[in-house]
Design a binder for this molecule. Structure first.
Ligand SMILES: CC(C)(COP(=O)(O)OP(=O)(O)OC[C@H]1O[C@@H](n2cnc3c(N)ncnc32)[C@H](O)[C@@H]1OP(=O)(O)O)[C@@H](O)C(=O)NCCC(=O)NCCS
Length: 432
C-alpha cells in the first residue's frame, strides 16, 4: 500500500478556530462564511503568512448557503489575501474539514501547491429554509404571469399545507434514519448502557472545562466580537458545562427513542456554529520560510459502510488502513482524538477497534486493539465542545498536534464518523 506523500511530507504549521457556540446562541447572527473568514484571518495573522505565498484554500461545509455555495472562495476573497488564491469547497458530511485537509495535503504532496489553508465552517443557526414543492410552483407561476390579475390568480392556488417550510434534516436520505436514531441502534447492537454513555459525556465536559480553564483549548481559539454591534466578545466554547454531574445527566429523558432509548441531549453533541482551519505546507517550504510545524501528516484513510447498518461505525474500517499506511500499530500511538457525535458512537467505535469480527471485515487477522482511555480525547470532545459539522475535523487535528507537542509524544491518531456511513482516520507525527 502506498505511503502518503510520495516522499514530500506535509506539515501542519498551525491551526485556529472560532469558539464553538450552540446553534441559536452567541453566533446566530454570523454566517458560516464570516465565521470562516474570522478564522482564516486569525490564522494568517498568527503565522505572519504573506498572502502572496498562499496557493490554495479548501473549505468544508455540510449545509452550504444556496446563495454562496463555494464557501472556500468567499473566504479566499478576504481583503488581506490576493485575489489569485485558488479555492474550492468540499462536503463529506461531518468529515468535511478532514476532506478539505486531505485534499489540500494531496495537492501539496503532488507538488501542485506549496502552501494551503484547509478547514471548514458551519452555521446551524443559519440553515436555508426552503419552500414546499407546491409553494415553489406557485411562486414560479406568479413570476411568469404577465398581469397583476395573473399573479393574484397564481397565489389563489396556495393551499395551507404548501406554506409549511422545509428544513434540512439530520437524517439519512437513503434510510430516513436520523443520526440520533442511528446512535440508539448502535448502543443496542454494541450493548452500550445509558450509564456508560453518561459517564463518557461527563468526562467530555470535565476534560473540556479543564482544557478551557488552563488555556490549552482557548489558545486555539480566536475571540470573536459579535456582529452587528460588536459589543460582546466570545472567547470560549459556550456548551461546556463545568458543573454538570452524573445525576443531572442521568435525569435527562431520551430524545430519539423516548420509551426505550438511551441517547439524550446530555450524551449527544449539540447543534453548533463555528469554524476551524489549519495551515499546511510542504515540509521543505515550511523549513525554507522558517516555520516550526506542529505536526506532519503521516497517513490517512477513508472507509464506508451501508448507512442502514451501523451508520457511525466506519472509523473502525478506516483505522487499520491508516495505521498500515503509516507503518504503525495502535501501540505506537501516543494520543487518540475521536470525534464525539454521540457517546454511544464513540463507545461503539472503541468496541469495534477491539472486535475480531470487525477486524475480519477490514481484512485483518487481529483487531486494531484497545484504546487506552488515558490517551483518548484528553481535552474532551464534541459532546462538550460542540460540533459545527464542517469544522470539527480541523479542530481535532489542531488539538491533537498541540497536545502531542505538550506531552512530547510522537504519533497521534484522529477519527471522525460521518453521515452516509463514512469514516475517516488520520495518523500524524511530530517532527523527527
Ligand atoms: C440531542 C438534541 C436533539 C438536543 O437538543 P436540545 O433539546 O435543543 O438540547 P438542549 O441543549 O436544549 O438540552 C435539552 C435539556 O437538556 C439539558 N442538558 C443538556 N446537556 C446537559 C448536561 N450535560 N448536563 C445537564 N443538563 C443538560 C439542557 O439544560 C436542557 O434542559 P432544559 O430543557 O431544562 O433547558 C440535539 O442536540 C441534537 O440533535 N444533537 C445531535 C446532533 C447530531 O445529530 N449531530 C450529528 C452528529 S455527526
Amino acid at each position: 500500500m502506498a505511503t502518503f506523500g510520495n516522499g514530500r511530507r506535509v506539515a501542519i504549521v498551525s491551526g485556529v478556530r472560532t469558539p464553538f457556540t450552540k446553534a441559536g446562541t452567541a453566533f446566530k447572527s454570523i454566517s458560516a462564511i464570516d465565521l470562516g473568514r474570522l478564522c482564516v484571518t486569525e490564522l494568517v495573522e498568527r503565522t505572519n503568512l504573506d498572502g502572496k505565498h498562499l496557493d490554495l484554500i479548501v473549505f468544508g461545509t455540510v449545509i452550504p448557503s444556496v446563495l454562496a455555495p463555494n464557501i472556500a472562495r468567499e473566504v479566499a476573497l478576504l481583503p488581506i489575501l490576493p485575489k489569485g488564491v485558488q479555492a474550492f469547497s468540499v462536503s463529506r458530511a461531518c468529515a468535511s474539514a478532514n476532506q478539505a485537509i486531505t485534499d489540500a495535503a494531496d495537492q501539496i504532496a503532488l507538488g501542485h501547491a506549496d502552501i494551503a489553508i484547509a478547514g471548514g465552517a458551519e452555521s446551524l443557526s443559519n440553515i436555508p429554509i426552503l419552500h414546499s414543492r407546491g409553494f415553489s410552483d406557485v411562486l414560479m407561476s406568479a413570476n411568469r404571469a404577465k398581469s397583476v390579475g395573473g399573479k393574484l390568480a397564481a397565489f389563489s392556488a396556495v393551499r395551507p399545507a404548501d406554506l409549511k417550510p422545509v428544513a434540512p434534516a439530520i437524517a439519512e436520505p437513503s434510510t430516513g434514519e436520523s443520526m440520533g436514531q442511528s446512535a440508539e441502534k448502535m448502543a443496542k447492537i454494541n450493548h452500550i448502557p445509558r450509564d456508560e454513555q453518561d459517564q463518557f459525556a461527563l468526562r467530555s465536559h470535565r476534560l473540556a472545562a479543564a482544557g478551557t480553564a488552563d488555556g490549552r483549548l482557548t489558545a486555539e481559539i480566536v475571540p470573536v466580537y459579535v456582529s452587528p454591534r460588536y459589543e460582546t466578545v466570545v472567547t470560549s466554547d459556550n456548551g461546556i458545562r463545568e458543573s454538570t454531574s452524573l445525576d443531572q445527566l442521568s435525569a435527562l429523558k431520551p430524545v430519539f427513542d423516548r420509551r426505550y432509548g438511551t441517547v439524550t441531549a446530555g450524551n449527544a453533541s449539540p447543534l453548533t456554529d463555528g469554524a476551524a482551519a489549519v495551515l499546511l505546507m510542504g515540509e521543505d517550504t515550511a523549513r525554507t520560510l522558517g516555520y516550526e510545524p506542529i505536526g506532519f501528516i503521516r497517513s490517512y484513510a477513508y472507509a464506508a459502510l451501508d448507512p442502514g447498518e451501523q451508520l457511525l461505525q466506519a472509523p473502525v474500517l478506516a483505522a487499520p488502513i491508516a495505521l498500515e499506511r503509516a507503518g504503525l500499530t495502535l501501540a505506537d500511538i501516543d494520543l487518540v482524538e475521536m470525534h464525539e457525535a454521540f457517546a454511544a458512537q464513540v463507545l461503539s467505535n472503541l468496541c469495534g477497534f477491539e472486535s475480531p469480527a470487525w477486524a475480519a471485515r477490514a481484512g485483518l487477522d487481529r483487531p486494531v486493539g484497545t484504546v487506552d482511555r488515558a490517551r483518548l480525547n484528553v481535552m474532551g470532545g464534541s459532546i462538550a465542545i460542540g460540533h459545527p459539522f464542517g469544522a470539527t475535523g480541523a479542530r481535532i487535528l489542531t488539538t491533537l498536534c498541540h497536545e502531542l507537542g505538550r506531552r512530547g509524544g510522537q504519533f497521534g491518531m484522529l477519527s471522525v464518523c460521518a453521515a452516509g456511513g463514512l469514516g475517516h482516520v488520520m495518523i500524524v507525527e511530530r517532527a523527527s
